[in-house]
Design a protein. Structure first.
Lengths: 431, 431
């Protein structure tokens, strides 16, 4: 039984707001089971109540008046997913001043006013959390403010704008020009009609400002972050970089040493074997270098309805867990119904099989016959490394998805064939 | 001023214990500034007080009697970094039963008795945290139990044993045989004299059992996890896998569907463009697939004194923050002394320069002269894409580390040369 509810007022019912409303309503029981408390959606602020929306919210919850959330004593937490600085910042301040916990996805407000808002939260003894403001579903903010806190952070380096990373990935792999790649990103809905905020690094600078404050406990105003956009890159830059052993990525970097911070956003050459060079498409990644943890990298979806909702609801869970109740909620709430633990026989996987066989005609036919009898479909066969002296060859077979038990039985039968010296290896292929 | 101290008893002063003792003593002030509370080392349990140790701990703190920690009412939290199941598990139970918070790095105990220990902690209203038991400095446990909690987790896949990953990396890139690579890992201290626990996947199965419990809230006993070691892999498997577009990695995988879990540890083929295929050497990585966050990957050092200490102290920070005091500690405690924010002119970086120049002798000499005058050392020069019609060529120059202001001034001067049509691009190289 939930020991105490957390009543939530949601401000904004766009893409992310719709996701949050859906999860709180549809997965309320699952979350309540996990944390021992219910996160209850109470009211939702919208600008135009008649606008059609993807999220189903009961009529009575909808309001156009922010005071119905800000002045409602039953609402303990406000989720702001409106975006923009105004009136969002004003609502955030009002909510904190009214003693409400706040969860926001607003990178611009957090970059410009984060330190003041956090101080305000502290004065009013409430939480202000903003995991969704940077890196979408990647839990970078929680990690910087909690798990990695024993570290003196030396640097934060990240690919934190999915739009530019998508464009750069197209330029690198499809040799698209910048205008072509931008057009494609716009067609796919990854870039806006006016792409300035993304391609000129403004969005990334807001996010870097937020990360730098957490990493160094030191304000780095977005206007003090040096910025270069990606529009000057040409196809040959990618080619030359590749020849020199580098990828080109738009990086947001902040590092600190000797009581000074340096922060910048620009396209940079990254060695191809570095993990950041391997972050492609709309993915984001952030690498934190700490005095103890060394380099820790986080990689995931940096935007979108579901990943951002994951971050917002994660923050609400954090607040619900830290509420004073009858004691701390369980770290893990075991399921009442025990799940079966499946044996390996029930695994469905693709397989890699290496066989040592007689180098003579008809061998493959015999093996294929056995596999076919057990519904194991062959994806590829390669004959390798013939040994004329011993009259043997190595046969490498990959299969489509098959059941482990069938593959094991087939390999037992195969190993009994006169033409098969041994089944040298059986490995699973993990897609 | 700290509103309340957290007094800690440390059990074990080996590699990790030494790291924890050092950080709590040397960085006590920095941590206290960040969280508003002091984490105070009070007593340290050792087996042999005369053994020489790397960590300096005051004589009076050392004890060989566990009761001096377990029965001391002033000690609120016990850190167990002794390893092994006995007497560690007994001490953990005793500490929890005595109402003390517990932080442990003990994957074996957590895999075998984690659910019971967590229930015991819950009954006694204390925290049991174990970030250090899986993935070293990678904050995977905190993320599964907190930030990602809004997700229904579908799968956890990881490279969670650094020893085997080091061996497989040597086999893949240096074409070493398994015995050679194992010997090398032993020589470097990555593998033990008896490597069974690592190479047969026993260590990884313990860790996977811990991860699966957090991901699915469902116990998956380590003995129910299917295991295959890496000793049967041969050099040609890596070659064939590579030709087919795969890397071979020892993966620990648990996935859940329809009320059943499947968990296994084995070497598997992973597509080369998957992030897990790029995890090399002693690094670890864990990928969580959640219903909302999609695939989030965590990458970092999976073992070693500092990364493990980062995790242990991070758990202590978590406990200190959740203690009831005069209110929640600040999420970010800003530094009293403001740091300078350096301008881009002060950046030291390597550079990539692309110039469009006249295709004639002596051009490079003129450019090199200007760079040399400003102490900018050239790393590489490549002439690319000569255009005979326009009598131009592209010159790509990379530099060693230089100061941004010098490079910008030099490029201004270079662009004024009669033989230079334009400085087409200037990018930084981020190593």
């Amino acid at each position: 039984m939930p020991s105490q509810d957390l009543n939530v007022g949601l401000m904004g019912l766009g893409v992310v707001g719709g996701g949050v409303a859906a999860v709180l309503q549809e997965q309320g029981d699952a979350i309540s089971r996990k944390i021992g408390r219910r996160i209850q959606l109470k009211k939702v602020l919208v600008r135009d109540p008649r606008r059609p929306r993807s999220a189903q919210v009961p009529e009575g919850m909808i309001t156009t008046n922010p005071e119905e959330i800000l002045a409602d004593p039953e609402i303990q937490a406000v989720v702001e997913v409106m975006g923009g600085t105004n009136p969002a910042a004003r609502y955030l301040r009002a909510a904190l001043a009214a003693g409400k916990h706040v969860v926001t996805a607003n990178k611009e407000v957090m970059a410009k006013e984060g330190p003041e808002l956090l101080a305000l939260a502290q004065r009013h003894n409430v939480h202000l959390l903003f995991e969704a403001s940077v890196g979408g579903g990647i839990p970078i903010i929680g990690c910087l403010t909690n798990q990695l806190l024993a570290n003196e952070v030396r640097s934060v380096r990240g690919i934190i704008n999915g739009t530019t990373n998508y464009i750069l990935t197209r330029m690198a792999y499809q040799h698209a020009s910048f205008p072509q790649a931008l057009k494609e990103a716009q067609d796919r809905g990854y870039a806006e009609a006016d792409p300035t905020n993304d391609v000129e690094g403004i969005d990334a600078a807001y996010k870097l400002s937020v990360l730098a404050y957490l990493a160094f406990q030191q304000r780095v105003p977005p206007e003090n972050i040096y910025r270069e956009g990606i529009s000057r890159l040409e196809v040959q830059d990618f080619r030359y970089a590749q020849e020199l052993g580098y990828a080109i990525k738009s990086l947001a970097i902040a590092n600190a040493a000797d009581g000074a911070v340096q922060a910048r956003v620009y396209p940079a050459l990254v060695p191809v074997d570095h993990m950041l060079a391997k972050v492609d498409g709309v993915y984001n990644a952030v690498e934190v270098e700490g005095s103890l943890c060394g380099r820790v990298l986080f990689h995931g979806m940096g935007a979108g309805r579901e990943p951002t909702t994951s971050a917002v609801v994660g923050d609400l869970v954090e607040i619900a867990r830290r509420m004073n109740g009858s004691g701390p909620p369980p770290l893990v709430a075991p399921r009442e119904q025990a799940w079966a633990v499946k044996p390996i026989d029930d695994l469905y996987s693709r397989y890699y099989l290496r066989l040592n066989v007689s180098d003579q005609p008809g061998v493959l036919a015999q093996i294929a016959h056995i596999l076919g009898d057990r519904q194991i479909s062959i994806a590829a066969v390669v004959q390798k490394d013939t040994n004329p002296a011993e009259q043997t060859a190595e046969l490498v077979i990959t299969t489509h998805t098959a059941r482990e038990a069938s593959v094991q039985q087939a390999m037992k039968q195969v190993s009994d064939l006169g033409v098969v010296r041994q089944v040298s290896n059986l490995l699973r292929i993990e897609e």
